[in-house]
Design a protein around this ligand. Structure first.
Ligand SMILES: Cc1ncc(COP(=O)(O)O)c(C=O)c1O
Length: 387
């Protein structure tokens, strides 16, 4: 039997009729760019996250870039982000002219450690070379970062908070999504994400009207926004008045139509992911070196189910021999990546990120992982510890 790490076809089997109909509806409509499904999806995403505004864009990396620019981040600024994440979290920072400052993570949640964030901000301020300006926190593996604490620290120092929810869309703290605390949040619809489309896609969502207006403009070549044309005599389309240097970063109408169908079943899929995670934890707690820790009041969307194993290479080979795929997210923390060589601050130690990068390994996880198949995964893990 072959076991999928993420089984996208199982989801397709559930809603393929609806998705195929949605795709052909767009093909027939001819409204391929910014067609009605894009606006409809944005409205539903805002509703789902409780944010006042949501804007779809080309991918989750662009979403972060748009968010940084909309907050006015640029030359001479320091943007703090975790050292243990996918490179896309930090990648847009240097493109704005700002400098990423990496911060170590909490050893149980793998998310940004608020106390270490506080210390890093103070160290950068004391050094006086960069202006502490913003924080990007990440919902790694699906669990929200500690937004209440992170935003309190950010506020204390006058910084703004971006929530990188590429892996954590739908994750909540006491029932509330990241924008209850963060100035702006972003997500990715890369196919393997908890809410994925059939290609690249992303979104920015926020409660701040000022940020919303700039994001909407920037993703569409810096088109004039409402306040740009207030008090102006204007007799042509605002998209042909370009008030800021922007991008072309839009979500295709076809992808929005697909996402509308997927968003309809997303709450049910989040429940199912939580059931799968609970079954793993019941079987593997106290067997492997660590099972995931979810903080009280937090709900993960389980982009990954990640355990820790000291003899990881041997473990992965053992699982592979039994037909079980595993993945390592992430084998190299960002402060050790060659592309960030010049930007590593001497502000902190990264011992937790470095240790975790050597021991984490993710098991198959998706909403359609049935109990029998999951039993084979669990048995393969247990047999590693018996041998
Ligand atoms: C934490 C994190 N941030 C940002 C991104 C970027 O998303 P995208 O691949 O849609 O650009 C990803 C996904 O790849 C991610 O995992």
């Amino acid at each position: 039997m072959s076991i999928a790490f993420i089984d996208l076809q199982a989801q397709r089997a559930r809603i393929s009729d609806k998705i195929d109909q949605a795709i052909s509806g767009v093909v027939e409509s001819g409204a391929y760019i910014m067609g009605p499904p894009v606006r409809e999806f944005e409205a539903q995403l805002a509703d789902f996250t409780g944010a006042a505004h949501a804007f779809a864009c080309g991918n989750g990396t662009d979403a972060l870039h748009l968010a940084l620019l909309a907050l006015g981040v640029g030359d001479g600024d320091a943007v703090f982000c975790p050292a243990f994440t996918f490179t896309a979290t930090a990648e847009p920072i240097p493109h704005t002219g700002a400098t990423p400052v990496f911060v170590d993570i909490d050893e149980r949640t793998y998310n940004l450690d608020p106390a270490k964030l506080d210390a890093a901000i103070e160290a950068v301020s004391a050094e006086g070379k960069l202006k502490p300006r913003a924080v990007i926190a990440v919902c790694l593996f699906g669990q929200p970062a500690d937004y209440p604490e992170i935003s309190a620290i950010a506020k204390k120092h006058g910084l703004e908070v971006i929530a990188d929810c590429a892996q954590g869309l739908g994750g909540v703290i006491d029932g509330k999504h990241a924008t209850a605390w963060a100035d702006v949040a972003t997500t990715s619809f890369f196919p393997a994400k908890p809410l994925g489309c059939y290609g690249d896609g992303g979104a920015v969502y926020t409660n701040r009207d000022d940020v919303a207006e700039i994001v909407d403009s920037l993703r569409f070549h810096g088109k004039a926004s409402k306040s740009d044309i207030e008090q102006r005599q204007f007799n042509h389309l605002p998209k042909y008045l370009n008030t800021r240097m922007g991008f072309n970063s839009r979500l295709d109408t076809i992808q929005a139509a697909i996402l509308l169908e997927k968003l309809a079943i997303f709450p049910d899929e989040i429940e199912k992911r939580n059931e799968v995670a609970a079954r793993y934890s019941a079987a593997l707690d106290n067997v492997v070196d660590a099972t995931p820790f979810v903080k009280e009041g937090f709900r993960s969307v389980w982009a990954q189910y990640t355990i820790e194993v000291s003899e990881r290479d041997k473990f992965q080979a053992h699982m592979k021999a039994r037909g079980v795929p595993t993945m390592v997210y992430y084998p190299i923390p960002l402060h050790l990546q060659p592309c960030y060589e010049d930007v590593v601050g001497a502000y902190a130690d990264f011992s937790v990120s470095e240790a975790k990068s050597k021991s984490v390994v993710s098991l198959p996880m998706h909403p359609y992982l049935d109990e029998d198949t999951q039993r084979s995964v669990i048995d393969a893990v247990l047999s590693f510890y018996k041998e």
